[in-house]
Design a protein around this ligand. Structure first.
Ligand code: SAM
Ligand code: SF4
Length: 331
């Protein structure tokens, strides 16, 4: 029997959300996330098998994890992802299963994903302009992403959230276009502050959430605050005058470390208790050492107990403590 008390850290935060990066590979090369070339991909043996991910998921759920998000790299490029999601969806005790994707393969896969048990999806999309899409991601494909978003909505996935990383000089002039998109397409658009990750981050490119809300209100009128559902996480959500829902996520200007409930598992089985901490626990070694579930649960509990109080980004004038590779850690 494992010790099944809910996971709680030293700062009295209840940890109930696990993000799992199932691959470090991707079919896009977003400039802020991955270099064009020279990214050594993890070998097959280095990446956890679905069985290994499921084992961690099962033990984590027994310890009170209620929400799992599957991410990457691009999760839809890993073979067998539908079956994996289906098996996760059937874990007793899991209340919420979510997927974050760049949407490129979504239209052709959405029915299989839905049939497997996926009920909602987040699609990352930073621009509505084809030429800009190609500049940001180094690949064509805006049409396919838009088709994916519509297919997800039409297949009945709810909600469909579209995540936009707001970057000054890159896409900050599209805030109103995205507001119109939210209204016209019936999706929730969420603007995310550009975080110091990857190699291409510059502070001057950060567009604070406050500025995004001011831009929306100045053009459209007062925004009405909406309650953020239980699965809403750290976003603040608003209804636009004339309809449409937008959210902002402000990890930098108004960080939410005090209520952080997350753990992250990388494709090669490293457990991160904070996106910006260098500290990783090698769960793969534990899994492959023949450890039983009790031992695995003990390692998870010990890792959680050492979760740092906060990312300290604003307090560190020299920059963040770590610049995580988002395609490896999963965003
Ligand atoms: N490939 C999938 C996708 O793009 O949705 C999943 C993995 S991607 C690393 C997860 C999320 O992290 C994406 O929404 C991406 O925009 C976001 N992301 C990557 N680098 C970021 C940064 N520096 N600041 C904020 N968000 C970032
Ligand atoms: Fe790929 Fe997502 Fe990173 Fe873009 S943000 S390169 S889609 S992993």
């Amino acid at each position: 029997m494992i010790d099944a008390r809910p996971l709680t850290d030293r700062h009295q935060r209840r940890i109930n959300y696990l993000r799992v990066s199932v691959t470090d590979r991707c079919n896009l090369r977003c400039r802020y996330c991955m270099p064009e070339e020279g990214v050594p991909s993890l070998g097959h043996g280095a990446i956890l098998s679905y069985e290994e991910f499921l084992r961690v998921g099962r033990v984590a759920v027994a310890l009170g994890i209620e929400k799992i998000r599957v991410t990457g790299g691009e999760p839809l490029v890993r073979k067998g992802i539908e079956d994996f999601l289906g098996r996760l969806a059937r874990l007793g005790g899991l209340r919420d299963l979510a997927l974050t994707t760049n949407g490129l393969l979504l239209a052709e896969r959405v029915q299989a994903l839905r049939d497997a048990g996926l009920r909602r999806v987040n699609v990352s999309l930073d621009t509505l302009r084809p030429d800009r899409f190609e500049r940001i991601t180094r690949r064509p494909g805006l049409d396919r992403v838009l088709a994916g978003i519509r297919a997800a909505r039409d297949a009945g996935l709810r909600p469909v959230k579209v995540n936009v990383v707001a970057m000054r000089g890159v896409n900050h002039d599209e805030i109103l276009d995205f507001a119109a998109f939210a209204r016209e397409e019936g999706v929730q658009v969420r603007f995310i502050e550009f975080m110091p990750a990857g190699a291409a981050w510059e502070e001057a490119r950060v567009v604070p959430a406050r500025e995004i809300l001011e831009t929306l209100a100045a053009a459209l009128g007062p925004l009405r605050t909406l309650p953020n559902g239980p699965a809403g996480g750290p976003s603040r959500v608003f209804e636009l005058p004339g309809g449409g829902t937008v959210g902002v996520i402000s990890p930098l200007s108004d960080h939410f470390c005090g209520t952080c409930n997350r753990l992250r598992l990388t494709a090669d089985g490293r457990l991160r208790t904070c996106l910006f901490s260098r500290n990783e626990i090698d769960l793969r070694a534990v899994l492959r050492s023949g450890a039983d579930d009790r031992e695995l649960a003990r390692v998870l509990r010990e890792a959680v107990s050492a979760k740092p109080a906060g990312h300290g980004l604003s307090a560190a004038p020299d920059g963040p403590r770590d610049r995580p590779s988002m395609h490896r850690v999963g965003g």
